[in-house]
Design a protein around this ligand. Sequence first.
Ligand code: GTS
Length: 214
Amino acid sequence: MMKIYDAPTGPYPARVRIALGEKNLQSCVEFVLVDLWKGEHKKPEFLAKNYSGTLPVLELDDGTFLAECTAITEYLDALDGAPTLAGGTPREKGLIHMMSKRAELELLDAVSVYFHHATPGLGPDVEIYQNAEWGFHQRAKALKGMHYFDGILKSRPFVAGEAFSMADITVIGGLIFAGLVALPVPAECEALQAWYARMQERPSVKNRVTMSEH
Ligand code: GTS
């Protein structure tokens, strides 16, 4: 049985949980809780699994560790030989990768930097270096990113085009994190709000937190 090291309510873990739900793979993994608030992810034992000290991490049956949501999602998506989340054609793959990376750079990672640098973050024991100015700069970047994705979603039903993909999952992660740090989607971003409401109806998104309670 594969193992996922994560935290049930975390925005990055959410990305892999949504991917598992979309691919109907929830019963193929065992969840191992890592307590971020206690800094378990920065302890040598965990750093041996993921040098970057972040969640989630997927452990394969042969002992291989996969970190990075994008890498884990691509792996899970390819298992059945019918990739949907990372794209099938070269064009789809390129567009999805670009839009997912953009969602990290312009939204999700920016919100994360805001959280870790301009708020108490995970507390003084874990946040050993903070730069509030950088954090607020990233907060502004995230808000700008929301406007960008709003513009994208005015003209297409999903972030990378006509179908749900990893790029949608990454923007969802961004909005989950934004919700946790009280950074709401601006009212004028109507297309982004309508898309997010639709996304929250998907079973994979709805059931992600309780997925591990079996
Ligand atoms: N680039 C990584 C990925 O895509 O997997 C980022 C992962 C990440 O930042 N994960 C968060 C983390 O480990 C988990 S959560 O905050 O979403 O629950 N943060 C802890 C830290 O100290 O940065």
